[in-house]
Write a protein that binds this ligand. Sequence first.
Ligand SMILES: Nc1ncnc2c1ncn2[C@@H]1O[C@H](COP(=O)(O)OP(=O)(O)OP(=O)(O)O)[C@@H](O)[C@H]1O
Ligand SMILES: [Zn+2]
Length: 751
Amino acid sequence: MKKEILIAQVILDHYHAKLDHLFDYLIPEYMQTLIQPGMRVTVPFGRNNRLTEAFVMTIKYRQKVDQPLKELAHISDDAYAMTATQIELVQWMKKSYLCRYIEGIRCFVPNNRTGKKRVLWVHCQLESDELAEQQMKMKRAPMQQKILEVLHDIRHAPLASLLKMTGASNGAVKALAAKGLITISEEIVRRNPFKDLLTTPYPEPILTDYQERAMLLIRGHWEKKPDTPVLLHGITGSGKTEIYLQLIKSTLEQQRDSILLVPEIALTPQMVQRFRGRFGDQVAVLHSHLSEGEKLDEWGRIHRGEAKIVIGPRSAIFAPCQNLGIIIIDEEHEHTYKSEQAPRYHATEIARQRCRLEKAQLLLGSATPSLESYHEAEHQKLLLVELKERAAGGCLPQVEVVDLRREAREGNRTLFSRSLIAALEHCLGKKHQAILLLNRRAFATLVMCPRCGYVAKCSQCDISMKWHRKEQVLKCHYCGQKESVPENCPECGELVSFQGAGTQKVEEGLQSLFPHHVVARMDQDVTRQKGSHQAILERFEAKKIDLLVGTQMIAKGLDFPNVTVVGILLADTSLNLPDFRAAEKTFQLMTQVAGRAGRGTQEGKVILQTFQPDHYAVHLSAIQDYHRFYHEEIQIRQRFLYPPFSRLIQVTFWSESEEAVAKAAYHSAAAIRFLLEKSGYGEHLEEVMEPGPALIAKIENRYRYTLLMKSVQIPYHIMRKTVKYLLMEGRDRYISPMVTVTIDPDPRFVG
Ligand SMILES: Nc1ncnc2c1ncn2[C@@H]1O[C@H](COP(=O)(O)OP(=O)(O)OP(=O)(O)O)[C@@H](O)[C@H]1O
Ligand SMILES: [Zn+2]
């Protein structure tokens, strides 16, 4: 009989598709009591037995086989080990998002190559008489004398400061240490992302009636049904954050951890300020603007349980909390919760899985819940809790819809309607502030020929170039390519004109309308630099800015009571996108940005400019009636079988060869249909749609085709399995190696 041996199945820390499976390694005798699933190890790999990092997924006994197995070489730092839950989540992610193991693992395990930040301290314990005696002995070493003198006074100093103060070299310090006159110690310091953040206490208010009721409902519900998530639908300014604070406070009292997700980094500072104002240093942040070192140190604080509240955007859902009690997702409808890169996860889905596995509670909050979530609430899969009044006493702002067609007929072709100018004058006259939204960057969107219709396009991407006036260049917002601005049309020679408007143009227009007021702009161009959005928001809060212009970045979450006017310059930008969610996105954006006005005690006013005043998304957001919007929109979804009445999978094919990409798309569609037919779904093949060029048909010189599948009758897991089989395992047979394929399950952008 053959002997049983203990083996570890590992995933190599490597992104190569061919290495995306488990490898078996023998566990040497001495490691057997130490090793655990989730640990990071080093293994010999390949013909040269190169030492490679890997993660242990499982440990098991196996019959000894004739073919000899290689042995694990080394167990690495176990501080970064995955828990059993995390391993299970990685497996789940691989299956659900068709990603590689390592892509899932990398979400949980930080890159620890940065190491810890260490500071060296120098200490001196000499008494005065000893000092004098020693100094006598070192007449020839004036630097050493000086160091002793300085240290004798202050006793301790960081090495770097000591060298600066004395002008001495490292050698002199070492010499003193060698003589035993001073000692050197090492301190590990935390890289603190909050060092520049001003925290003021954020006291608990008396809850409003709605908040009080909401708290009772939520607590009562979770006592009975801890597994059912809550959807908190509260109008803008209704005080949802206070509910989050109170729920997290109870979680903290039970010694458990909380994760609070915000839709983008720009919203972290305001949230963090409130939470640190109440819970102090128990609050940690995790986001991509932290330095590697800061990230690692925050990760460590959470992992060790020193920080029990984590705030951050999407990726903070992977925070290493060891005793998770609650996850809260603020503005749950935001598309930023879906990752656009592998693994293409949705943070809410990860949250559901984590809550299920870790017995934690889940709360989704929004003033404009996604159709999917609200639909679930209607079908009792989520508990719906509503806040119908503003917390600080004010009411929702008045919204005036301005028909831009009429404005133009009456002779005003500028970006600023007469109503908007009047409202801004009134607002500034009262020393209030205003927010202006235009969901587009740059100065003008297009450079266009008024005679032949030529539009300047990026030569690598099939998309119009945007004019950036300050830099005097055309820029492609997809690949970043810059080109000079043509004066004449390259096709017909006519002088070109600049069409459309971006935030820069609004900024300049406003400045000339209101030369004595301060105008500032916040969009991706301005905030790419670390910390700059925070600086702008701080100035706005301190009332050093009167008019703030921005893209959707300024539309949500911000809470400034002195803002009484909001201008939406062009509601149509998002309405015209060829995406089945266009109306929903527009409604959400309009309602959210309108909600920035009148949050204090003064009344707010919103001017909504549009060419399509009769569109239901426009006029329902003008009266801020979520329920009616939901009922209109859900019927459309049902009629056309879009989510939540179906689940989608989108496959994108990329290649430098247009022929290859088209071929790949059509062959794949045909093969998927064939396989589905063989599995008995021949009657529903129309659920695999005709492939075609993507909405943006070319990016960075690569052509793009998309193939959309809509699972209604064909079960989703069957569809997903078929696609996976075809495009991953069988790809060599159907798709030319010149073509890249990405599979996006439950895509947020279709086209
Ligand atoms: N119970 C309360 N009493 C007085 N003020 C309150 C109370 N609760 C919240 N507020 C204040 O009301 C304002 C709005 O609250 P908050 O920012 O939480 O709204 P919100 O529901 O998150 O809105 P939005 O969806 O628009 O971001 C804040 O200034 C907050 O301090
Ligand atoms: Zn480009």
